[in-house]
Write a protein of this length. Structure first.
Length: 53
């Protein structure tokens, strides 16, 4: 699964880890995150993330 990087603060969403502090289980692909999910560090939406190369 691809990792995604926040273009604002650099946070990396890693599907293998998920975002357990915000109810996102490990193994959740970025595409399956809820539409209202926000970056846990800076609060921007999914539209401000890009695939981490």
């Amino acid at each position: 699964m691809k990792k995604y990087e926040c273009t604002v603060c650099g946070y990396i969403y890693d599907p293998a880890i998920g975002d357990p502090e915000h109810g996102i289980a490990p193994g959740t692909p970025f595409e399956s995150l809820p539409d209202n999910w926000e970056c846990p560090l800076c609060g921007v939406g999914k539209e401000d993330f890009q695939v981490k190369e």
